[in-house]
Design a protein around this ligand. Sequence first.
Ligand code: ADP
Ligand code: NI
Length: 203
Amino acid sequence: MKMISDDRLSSIYQSVKTFYDEDHTGHGWDHIVRVERLALKIAGIENEGNESLIRLLVYLHDAGDAKLHNDQQAADEFLMNIIRKAGFNESETQLLLSESGAIGFSKAKTPETVEGRIVQDADRLDAIGAVGIARAFTYGAVKRNAFYSEHQPEDTVIQHFYDKLLTLRDRMNTKTAIKIAHERHRFMEQFIGQFIKEWNGKK
Ligand code: ADP
Ligand code: NI
C-alpha cells in the first residue's frame, strides 16, 4: 500500500472514535489507545512496520466485529463504508478488510503483513496482565457473570483465564511481544493463585 495520507487516517479515526466510545464490553476507545501505543512501541523496538498502516489497522481491528453490531453483515457494511469514505481504492480496501479481519482472536488467523502481526500482538497483550485482568472483570460485570465457582466454573471470569487469557502468551508473533507476554502471564498466574487462596480463606 502506498503512503497513507493524514486525511485518510483522520477520516478513519473520526469514524471509529464515536463507535468505540459507545462500547462497554472491553472494546472501548481506551482499548484502542492502549493498543496503538503498544503497537507503535513494538514496531519501534523491532524496527519494522509502517506507522500509518499500523495506526489504521489499530483503528479498524474491532470495528467489523459482529459482536458489536446486529450481525456479521451489518459489521462488514460498517467497516466497508468507513474505509470507502476515507477514499481508499478497491485493492487497498480489500487489503485493509482482510488484514483487520485477521487480527481478532476468534478468527485464529495470522495477518499477512508485518503491520497486521504487530497490531495482533498488541491487541492480544492488552487482554493479559493487569489491564487484561481489569478488562475480564469488567466484561464479567457487564454480563453479570460470577467471579469464580468451584462447582460451576462455566461462564465465570476466572474460567476465562484458563479458556483464553493463559493461552495468549504462546500466540505472539514478534520477539518483543513474546517478552512482554511472559511478564504479563506471570503476573496473571500470581493473581489467580492469590485469588483462589483468598477465596478458600487460606490467605
Ligand atoms: P478482542 O478480540 O479484542 O481481544 P474479545 O471480544 O474476545 O476481544 O474480548 C474483549 C475483552 O473482554 C477481552 O479483554 C477479553 O478477555 C474479555 N472477555 C471476553 N470474553 C470474556 C468472558 N467470557 N469472561 C471475561 N472476560 C471476557
Ligand atoms: Ni481489540
